[in-house]
Design a protein around this ligand. Structure first.
Ligand code: G1P
Length: 276
């Protein structure tokens, strides 16, 4: 059973400056709900109640958001506004939150390794809050947990992207398994390749199930040219042993790490809720 979800949330979010100068990028809202709250709700919905958050300098707002705000609650008690805190209070009551700070920005792989103290020796999920996904039925995390239950190895969620976008993502190559048209045994992976080195257009989106041996692999993974330790490189070690499955998830993905994706998500949710 997957009980813990890790949320790397230490990055600077430079693409959204000046908004992210004092506000963590994970706290940027789509309508009135911060990206990280969508993320935690997705994990809860997938049956996880232990949220492990890797934070960094200037991220205190995250801890405050997932805590009760009794003064505020008392102030709006009995008014029409009370309902606005209902969802977040349910999240606070139904999940436990643990935090660790990444002291240096040394890449996503390093952030995940920093989370080892919160995860221990068990398989776990990783959720990148700026990849916001919606689906008609099961959420992406629920879908990849089902895939994990079948294959018992690391899982990455993927989606095909236009070829002029491949340089922004981790890409995989693999062989379809078990007569499926959506599940691949990964044979190769590369982080943000130059267009000429792109193996396919199958991009990793920010949902993973990782087996705990990934921590020791990460400790031995060399930093890339930019000095960052990449989770994609660590996963390649597992993939070479046939221990990574990529799954084309069912649903809609918004890359809210880009201004365009953020805007698309905002429009989509506003239409869904009848605001526009
Ligand atoms: C990270 C991963 C990358 C993945 C992407 C999904 O990159 O390193 O492999 O495709 O998330 O959003 P980042 O967006 O942090 O640069």
């Amino acid at each position: 059973m997957i009980k813990k979800c890790l949320f790397p949330a230490a990055g600077f979010g430079t693409r959204f400056l000046p908004a992210t100068k004092a506000v963590p990028k994970e706290m940027l809202p789509i309508l009135t709900k911060p990206l990280l709250q969508y993320a935690v709700e997705e994990a809860l919905d997938a049956g996880m109640s232990n949220m492990a958050i890797v934070t960094g300098k200037g991220k205190r707002a995250i801890e405050d958001h997932f805590d009760r705000a009794l003064e505020l609650e008392t102030k709006i008690q009995g008014t029409q506004k009370e309902v606005l805190l209902k969802e977040i209070n349910a999240v606070c009551n139904n999940a436990t939150f643990t935090y660790v700070r990444q002291k240096q920005m040394l890449g996503l792989g390093h952030a995940i390794l920093t989370g080892e103290a919160l995860i221990g020796n068990e398989p776990f999920a990783v959720h990148l809050a700026d990849d916001l996904c919606t689906s008609e039925n099961d959420s992406v995390l629920t879908q990849i947990i089902q895939v994990y239950n079948k294959y018992q190895c690391s899982i990455v969620a993927i989606e095909e992207v236009p070829t002029d976008q491949t340089h922004k993502y981790g890409l995989i190559a693999g062989d379809l398994v078990d007569n499926t048209n959506d599940t691949y045994r990964v044979t190769d992976m590369i982080e943000k390749p130059a267009p000429k080195d792109t193996p396919t257009n199958m991009a990793i989106i920010g949902r993973y199930i990782l087996t705990p041996d990934i921590f020791n692999i990460l400790k031995q993974t060399k930093p890339d040219k930019g000095g960052e330790i990449q989770i994609t490189d660590a996963l390649l070690t597992q993939a070479k042993q046939g221990r990574v499955i990529a799954y084309k998830f069912k649903g809609k993905w918004f890359d809210c790490g880009s201004i365009q994706g953020y805007l698309e998500a905002t429009n989509y949710f506003a239409k869904q809720q009848g605001i526009i």
